[in-house]
Write a protein that binds this ligand. Structure first.
Ligand code: HSE
Length: 368
């Protein structure tokens, strides 16, 4: 059975949840997926770095409260994250980048991704910064080095929006996308409908773990702006930068506004939309919209997210699911690793396929 050695960059909620999945259900996953996963390096701003090329024993690390974890003093441990050295030098197959999103220049995550790709390592990331701000360049870099750059979790966590659009919609023309892509703002708008004021609703979203470290990114639409850039660039073939995407948040919407809308059969939603114009260019905007009750996004409530794809042959197809959460986002990383496996074994008939795929192939063979 094959195996992928992973270097985890950032050990906050998401990579820690991936480590939990590997530690708690690694054997089951290996049986199901046809390959094993082993963590050989972890780096973290606060905890430092830990390297064990024979595989890190994850259980004792996961038993320590996140804020109290320190790698200094452990065999292979150091107080310094040593990100560049770890990414370039530690023999790993896949670098899993899950540090914080920097919406201004994408750093340091952009550098992390560049170092890994130029060292011939696959990358999967949930970090919106590098994908939104340098996605095209990083995709080219990956191609030049014969490796993969995967980022499903950058939009709607584990809900497979990007991969659905790229793989499942073959033969369709996607003419536009419209989405509720921020769970925090959607949750807040729902609470405003109940008459709760904005600061109380924001505090509740933070308590529930939906909000970014700085909830301004959620409430003022910066988070959706990055996600919309990623969607438009990868699904509609656009090349948008932040200045190209109009942005307006929800902070000026009052409980009275949302209740007035509900009385008229409307619901305020923070909507990111991108549409292909007749000349082929793409117009993108993030703004609150009072949607009529019959709109496919009007019934999407709480932290749930959804993206409606407008297509030429199918009309509107809406995909809905979680848009945030540790485990949900860690699943996106797992789906990226599966995609890397499938891509790099596409012409290898002996490579085992994940069980779900096997079932479909067998069914098709049987039908044929
Ligand atoms: N803070 C984001 C949200 C989570 O509320 O949707 C991940 O992007």
């Amino acid at each position: 059975m094959g195996r992928y050695d992973l270097a985890l960059i950032g050990f906050g909620g998401v990579n820690r949840a991936l480590a939990e999945l590997i530690s708690q259900r690694g054997d089951r996953l290996a049986e199901e997926l046809g390959f094993a996963l082993r963590v050989v390096a972890i780096t973290d701003l606060r905890a430092g770095s830990l390297i064990e090329t024979d595989g890190i024993d994850l259980a004792p690390l996961l038993a320590v409260e996140p804020g109290e974890l320190s790698f200094a003093g452990l065999p292979g441990g150091d107080a310094d994250p040593r990100n560049e050295w770890v990414i370039r030098e530690v023999p790993a197959d896949i670098v899993v980048e899950a540090t914080f999103t920097n919406p201004t220049d994408g750093e340091p995550a952009c550098s992390h991704v560049r170092w890994a790709l130029t060292a011939g390592k696959h990358v999967c990331t949930t970090n919106k910064g590098p994908v939104a701000l340098a996605g095209r360049e990083l995709g080219q870099l990956a191609a030049e080095h014969g490796v993969s750059f995967e980022f499903e979790g950058a939009v709607l966590s584990g809900t497979p929006i990007l991969r659905t659009a790229r793989r499942v919609f073959g033969g369709l023309e996607i003419t536009g996308v419209q989405g509720i892509m921020n769970g925090t703002s959607n949750y807040i708008l729902g609470r405003l409908e109940e008459g709760i004021d904005l600061p109380t609703a924001i505090a509740a979203a933070q308590e529930l773990g939906y909000a970014e470290a700085d909830p301004t990114a959620d409430v003022e639409g910066h988070d959706v702006q990055l996600k919309l850039m990623i969607l438009a660039n990868h699904v509609l073939g656009a090349d948008l930068c932040r200045e190209d995407v109009f942005r307006e948040g929800i902070s000026h919407i009052t409980p009275q506004d949302v209740r007035d809308a509900v009385s008229k059969g409307l619901r305020w939603k923070l909507v990111g939309s991108a549409t292909r114009r007749a000349d082929g260019t793409v117009e993108a905007r993030v703004a609150p919209v009072a949607l009529p009750g019959h709109h496919p996004l009007a019934g999407v409530s709480g932290p749930v997210n959804a993206v409606a794809f407008h297509t030429d042959l199918l009309g509107t197809v809406t995909v809905s699911g979680p848009g945030a959460g540790r485990i949900e986002t860690a699943y996106a990383l797992l789906s990226d690793i599966i995609a890397i496996h499938q891509r790099h074994h596409a012409d290898d008939d002996t490579a085992p396929l994940p069980r779900v795929l096997q079932a479909r192939v067998l069914q098709e063979t049987h039908r044929g």
